[in-house]
Design a protein around this ligand. Sequence first.
Ligand SMILES: [Zn+2]
Length: 113
Amino acid sequence: MAELVKDVVCGMEIDPETAAGKSEYQGTTYYFCAEGCKQEFDANPAKFVGGGVAPTGEAPVEAPVAAATEENVKLNVDRLKQDKPIVSEAFAAKKIDIVGGIYDLATGKIGLL
Ligand SMILES: [Zn+2]
């Protein structure tokens, strides 16, 4: 018996060999129980893998941590903007911009806030 995989759209356990559809996203192959699930995934893969809230509610741990991290960076950026007069004046005059960055371990990308 083949190992079952989860259809990330509806949460159903399916056999990859008999799956109605499959899609590759960020180097991973995802299988779907029906063409409709595949189309929904293709339209917005990020909604179903990483970043978003898991539709099954099985892995909601990362979202609050990411939100807290983002909030922390925003607070630090705000503090920097008002820190030294030379910085806050330059910022007010739009000579400089102050941004925060979050390094995403999963994608290796830095997201600017
Ligand atoms: Zn499905």
